[in-house]
Design a protein around this ligand. Structure first.
Ligand code: 5GP
Ligand code: ZN
Length: 136
């Protein structure tokens, strides 16, 4: 993808504050951090989102996540970490190249990653589960 900014960063064509790199990912500091220490893990291969990620690449990419989460937590002293991956504009995705966020969280901070729990009518969750099952 010639005009994809994350392709260029992942390949090292644009310099970045890199915290980890291997054949499959580059992990950099987010330019607009939700909190200090917010890192993002970029796939080296251009894949726009999780829907188009094949299982082998998924295994390689996501297997890096625990050590990044541990390092961000240890460095920042965070009380928690949100590991977040957006797919589609409606989810908040703004760069359409697969990446995973590591957001340090502190008790009482004002970072907004959350939702108000909704509810199901009787049987609705089970019915949806059946429908999702058919699409796997
Ligand atoms: P998304 O909203 O797509 O899940 O996340 C995109 C993230 O990439 C945002 O948090 C944004 O701050 C970050 N970002 C966008 N462009 C750049 C860039 O050129 N360099 C870095 N380091 N982060 C970027
Ligand atoms: Zn790309």
């Amino acid at each position: 993808m010639a005009d994809c900014i994350f392709c260029k960063i992942a390949k090292g064509e644009i310099p970045s504050a890199t915290v980890f790199e291997n054949d499959d990912v580059r992990v950099i500091m987010d330019i607009g951090p939700a909190a200090k220490g917010h890192a993002i893990m970029l796939a080296k291969k251009h894949v726009p989102n999780i829907y188009e990620l094949d299982p082998e690449d998924a295994a390689k990419i996501f297997s890096v996540a625990p050590k990044i989460a541990r390092a961000v937590q240890k460095t920042t002293g965070a009380d928690g970490i949100n590991v977040l991956q957006n797919n589609g504009e409606a989810s908040g995705q703004t760069v359409f190249h697969l990446h995973v966020h590591f957001i340090p969280r502190f008790k009482g901070d004002s970072v907004q990653v959350g939702w108000k729990p909704g509810e199901y009518a009787d049987g609705e969750a089970a019915k949806l589960a059946e429908e999702i099952k058919k699409n796997i």
